[in-house]
Ligand binder design. Structure first.
Ligand SMILES: [Zn+2]
Ligand SMILES: [Zn+2]
Length: 341
């Protein structure tokens, strides 16, 4: 199949694509305009205003980071001396957040079916009695690796950083000392984290790294909230490794917690399987990530996030359209042919 294809092929691919998804956002999906050429300052400004709008997901994540730092994090004075007591306090708090977010979304969407299949990417149930998954059950498998792998490993990363601030190994700044950098870093963090995600994730799609580790995450073709962190514990170590930045850049624990939540909270939300989630009668949140949903379905496209240029640079961006399906089939054919030569 070629990219241009015949009309019949296009029509057939269109039918196939419609069968493939129960719901899609407006297609083709667009990446953030930050890295689109020619660069448009106006489009980028509009993007930032939208993504940071009050009570949008990113705004709420930052609010959560500030609340968690202010009331639910051990003081730096305590963190100066390593002690399992304060590490376990952070672990318990992270466990509660994970159960609240992933468990809450699972109950809302998959147990109570509060919005049926409205805005749901797939309309198939989670897998049960399947030899692919540990415990032969997708949800139990996903919960197990999230709670046993991601929560403790994420906690160790966060605790290590807190200890580093307390002992002067990380440079601590406050909002009062440097408000411009403090706020700038908050805006940079999701973009930086997206860059990090592309590169470590792309690496995990190569050879043994895929076979041994990342294939665990790809058991989930149809994803739910608990699938976000359903992965090999070795991969959990890498997921949170973008926190290393704060050993080199003047920052504050709020930055670390916000960056941590881009994984611990945004993992379950982005894999929830629904584009928009109705929280109550008056309030909905756009949580699903169709770009990553395409990655789970097709595996060899969309390795990165909306705010990184790499999929377009390396010709692996699938825009969700039937033409995108054709482009991908042609690309696979090209790659297979080049390997034979
Ligand atoms: Zn992957
Ligand atoms: Zn995923």
């Amino acid at each position: 199949m070629s990219v241009s294809g015949s009309n019949n092929n296009t029509v057939e691919a269109g039918r196939e694509s419609r069968r493939a998804w129960h719901f899609t956002p407006e297609l083709p999906i667009q990446q953030a305009p930050l890295f689109e050429l020619p660069l448009s300052a106006k489009a980028s400004a509009r993007y930032f205003i939208t993504i940071w709008r009050p009570f949008g997901f990113r705004f709420l994540l930052l609010l959560a980071a500030i609340v968690v730092w202010t009331w639910f994090t051990p003081s730096l004075a305590r963190a100066r001396t390593f002690d399992w007591a304060w590490v376990l306090e952070i672990g318990l708090r992270n466990l509660i957040i994970m159960v609240f977010v992933a468990g809450g979304l699972h109950l809302l969407l998959y147990v109570w079916h509060r919005q049926g299949d409205e805005q749901r990417y797939h309309d198939r149930p989670m897998e049960v009695d399947s030899p692919t998954f540990f415990f032969r059950d997708q949800v139990w498998d996903n919960m197990f690796w999230t709670l046993v792998g991601s929560v403790p490993i994420g906690t160790l990363w966060e605790s290590g950083l807190l200890w580093a601030y307390a002992n002067g190994y990380a440079t601590l700044i406050t909002f009062e000392q440097n408000p411009v950098w403090f706020v700038s870093l908050i805006i940079i963090i999701p973009i930086y984290s997206g860059f990090h995600f592309y590169w470590y994730h792309r690496l995990f799609h190569v050879g043994l790294l895929y076979r041994w580790f990342h294939s665990w995450h790809h058991k989930n073709i149809n994803t739910g909230p608990w699938s976000g962190h359903a992965m090999h514990p070795v991969e959990h170590v890498f997921v949170y490794s973008d926190l290393l930045l704060y050993l080199f850049v003047a920052s504050h624990p709020i930055h670390v917690i916000f960056n941590h939540m881009l994984h611990s909270i945004a993992g379950p939300t982005s894999h929830c399987g629904y584009h928009t989630v109705r929280i109550n009668r008056f309030f909905s949140l756009q949580l699903g990530d169709f770009m990553h949903q395409l990655h789970h379905r097709y595996f060899d496209c969309n390795y990165g996030a909306y705010e990184s240029p790499w999929d377009k640079v390396f010709d692996s961006f699938h825009d969700g359209t039937p033409e995108g399906d054709e482009w991908m089939a042609a690309r696979r054919k090209r790659i297979r042919a080049s390997r034979k030569n």
